[in-house]
Design a protein. Structure first.
Length: 94
C-alpha cells in the first residue's frame, strides 16, 4: 500500500531522527576521517533505500517501515563500532 501524505510526513520525521542520531554518533565515536566518511555514505545509501521502499508501498504500515529503519540504525551502529580503527577507538575512549 502506497503511503498518503500524512504517513509520508511521519516517516520522514523518523528517517530524519535516525539520520541525525547516526550523524551525531559518528562525529563522537569515529575520529578516523576515512572511516567516518565511509560510514556517513553508507547511512545515506541505507536511508535512501528505505525511503524508496516506503514510497513504493513495500511496507504494510508506517510502523513496519519505522521498525525497518530502526533495525537499520542499530545495524549501522554495530558496524560503526566494528570498523573503528585502533587509533580511532583509543581517541574515542578518551
Amino acid at each position: 500500500m502506497k503511503p498518503n501524505s500524512l504517513q509520508q510526513s511521519q516517516f520522514e520525521q523518523v528517517l530524519r531522527s535516525i539520520e541525525m542520531s547516526l550523524g551525531a554518533a559518528s562525529a563522537q565515536v569515529l575520529k578516523d576521517g576515512c572511516v567516518r566518511a565511509a560510514y556517513i555514505a553508507a547511512v545515506q545509501r541505507g536511508i535512501a533505500d528505505i525511503r524508496l521502499r516506503f514510497e513504493r508501498g513495500e511496507f504494510a504500515s508506517v510502523e513496519a517501515a519505522a521498525t525497518e529503519a530502526n533495525l537499520f540504525r542499530n545495524t549501522a551502529l554495530e558496524a560503526m563500532r566494528a570498523r573503528t580503527t585502533p587509533l580511532g577507538l583509543a581517541i574515542a575512549k578518551n
